[in-house]
Design a protein around this ligand. Structure first.
Ligand code: NAP
Length: 263
């Protein structure tokens, strides 16, 4: 089976995202980039959000457009509620509505909690948790119009489920996303909008680059039943499925993409 952005070939209708508009936060790099590219390859028109890396976001849009798809780069800081509202409005105005919101933008400022600076704690919660809340709030009225095509997918983390020493605030923010997912799933179910989370394990990106070197990498691999680090595209596949018509009866779910690290 071959998929190309915008011109979807041989894709079952249950997996097709043709006529859907998606907004992916933090899509200039890593997992978000893979998600945006995969949604586009399934036929979605995509708003590619970034915080500061405009060139990378524009380059992804150019790739999607060159493959026959449609995408725009939309810069905003998810922790800024007014900027989020303006960014979501721009996506809906320029792309014609919104069906799929993927809250992927995230940061990780690691270290022991007793040594953590207040500004780092606040920023972690502001980007990882408040950011998703602001995006859900701003997107909700458009998603309600999308009815059974409406989807929210929050990118949590294995660390939000199991905890991890040295990542207390990050874990708290990611656990918070699971509470948000399940509560909002109940609020929006009456309008057939689904709200789910993916919970990645360790995935090869800029975020994990420093932590996945040398002995630390080997020790981690020993704990992962599938004995390898995941790829961003593997998280993107899970998100694309949750976004698809095939997943219409799945809501409030946490889909683990972690090689068996936590079960
Ligand atoms: P990454 O490579 O560091 O990329 C982070 C992305 O988020 C970038 O596109 C960045 O934009 C964007 N971003 C950061 N702060 C933002 C803000 N305030 N507003 C808007 N966008 C912002 O990270 P990643 O590894 O792909 O992680 C993506 C998500 O998956 C995060 O939520 C992370 O917590 C989660 N996750 C990652 C792993 C893993 O092993 N990598 C595991 C579990 C969960 P700029 O390029 O403009 O800076």
């Amino acid at each position: 089976m071959r998929y190309t952005s915008g011109a979807v070939t041989a894709l079952p209708p249950s997996l097709s995202l043709t006529d859907r508009v998606a907004l992916v936060t933090g899509a200039s790099r890593g997992i978000g980039r893979a998600i945006a590219a995969t949604l586009a390859a399934r036929g979605a028109t995509v708003g590619v959000n970034y915080a500061s890396n405009e060139a990378a976001a524009v380059a992804l849009c150019d790739e999607i457009i060159a493959a026959g798809g449609k995408a725009i780069a939309v810069g905003f800081d998810v922790a800024d509620e007014d900027a989020v509202a303006a960014g979501v409005k721009r996506v809906t105005d320029e792309l014609g509505g919104l069906h799929i919101l993927v809250n992927n933008a995230g940061i990780s400022i690691d270290g022991l909690l007793m040594r953590a600076k207040q500004e780092d704690l606040r920023r972690t919660l502001a980007v990882n948790l408040e950011g998703a809340v602001y995006c859900c709030k701003a997107a909700a009225r458009y998603l309600l119009k999308a009815k059974d095509a409406g989807r929210i997918i929050n990118v949590s983390s294995v660390v939000g489920e199991t905890g991890n020493g040295g990542q207390s605030m990050y874990a708290a923010s990611k656990a918070g996303l699971l509470g948000l997912t399940k509560s909002l799933a109940q609020e929006l179910a009456g309008r057939r909008v689904t709200v789910n989370a993916v919970s990645p394990g360790f995935i090869e990106t800029d975020m994990t680059d420093a932590a996945l070197q040398g002995d630390a990498r080997e020790q981690l691999l020993a704990k992962i039943p599938l004995r390898r680090i995941g790829a961003a595209t593997e998280v993107a596949e899970a998100v694309a499925w949750l976004a698809s018509p095939a997943a219409a009866y799945v809501t409030g779910h946490v889909l683990r993409v972690n090689g068996g690290l936590a079960m």
